[in-house]
Write a protein that binds this ligand. Structure first.
Ligand SMILES: Cc1cc2nc3c(=O)[nH]c(=O)nc-3n(C[C@H](O)[C@H](O)[C@H](O)COP(=O)(O)OP(=O)(O)OC[C@H]3O[C@@H](n4cnc5c(N)ncnc54)[C@H](O)[C@@H]3O)c2cc1C
Length: 272
């Protein structure tokens, strides 16, 4: 056997061992939910897991242009003295100084939200696996205040509240169809079918969980597209559910980098 083939085999074996271990630990972690445990929720979870993100990170990165090694003095400096510089960088769309920071969030949201979220390529993701663990029996059900009726043309929709009857249809049909789908999923698992095959019947309303790590520049691009705000220079019309996630992420970021956040707001929420 050539060395290359031997290396490939051992890498594959290592991957299989890792997958078996992760499947085993997932199985032993807690009892798998049954169909009677199907749960519905209308909210999104966002937790800030870790951050190295300060307004002063923008300042030292920008200062290297004119100060070279003396820009090191700006490390950890009181950035409020440099608010004008940050506003200038934002206005001039001099974007790279906003990249020298990092934020990691834990998110729980329906799969259809993750599909939209992961279109944002300038971020790192790890999501729970439908191959190595039984997926949760938790599904998204719109809250009563979620507007149900779409008006307007593509790209400029408005959503208006539906009637009580329309909301009843949403609740009844969502609950019935999610329960039925989860029962079908469990029936396949009970019959010994692999999780990766059985999951095909689960709807995009199924909750998933992931970590996402991104920097402020990438986050501003995400927020400019996934929130709808009066006064935005480029109005966007995101789906409400990803906007719910974006709003929570935005609140964390505003606390971590208040001067950068204020400059983003003042500049019409344009990503630099
Ligand atoms: C309201 C709304 C409706 C949408 N509807 C649809 C839809 O119907 N169908 C659909 O498929 N998508 C849709 N999208 C997704 C959209 O097209 C983008 O894929 C998504 O918003 C991610 O944006 P982004 O590429 O700017 O982000 P990122 O991937 O994070 O990229 C950030 C920036 O990096 C640069 N960049 C990244 N990758 C490249 C590249 N390969 N080449 C050049 N520059 C790059 C660009 O400047 C980009 O803005 C929609 C998005 C929104 C907000």
């Amino acid at each position: 056997m050539s060395e290359q083939v031997a290396t490939a085999v051992s890498a594959e074996q290592a991957e299989q061992a890792e997958q078996a271990e992760s499947a085993e630990s997932a199985e032993s972690a807690e009892p798998a939910p049954g169909v009677d445990q199907v749960r519905f929720r209308s909210d999104m979870t966002v937790e800030l897991v870790r951050a190295s993100a300060h307004d002063s990170d923008v300042v030292f990165a920008a200062r290297v242009s004119t100060a070279g090694e003396q820009s090191l003095d700006a490390l950890g400096e009181d950035a409020s003295r440099s608010a004008g510089l940050i506003r200038y960088l934002m206005r001039a769309r001099h974007g790279s100084p906003f990249e020298h920071n990092s934020m990691t969030f834990f998110v729980e949201a329906p799969i259809f939200v993750f599909r939209e979220f992961m279109r944002h390529r300038i971020a790192s993701y790890n999501e729970e696996s439908g191959r190595y663990r039984q997926l949760s029996a938790v599904f998204y059900l719109p809250a009563p205040e979620r507007h149900l009726v779409q008006e307007g043309k593509p790209g400029a929709y408005d959503f208006v509240p539906g009637t009580a009857q329309q909301y009843e249809v949403v609740v009844a049909q969502t609950q019935q169809s999610c329960r039925q789908a989860y029962a079908a999923y469990l029936a396949m698992l009970d019959a010994g079918v692999a999780r990766e095959v059985a999951r095909g019947v689960l709807p995009v309303a199924t909750y998933s969980s992931m970590y996402v790590t991104l920097n402020a520049r990438s986050l501003m691009n995400f927020l400019s597209l996934r929130t709808k705000r009066a006064g935005s220079h480029f109005p966007s019309y995101p789906q409400r559910e990803i906007e719910m996630v974006a709003e929570k992420i935005e609140a964390y970021w505003a606390t971590l980098m208040p001067i950068t956040y204020a400059a983003f707001e003042a500049g019409g929420r344009v990503s630099p």
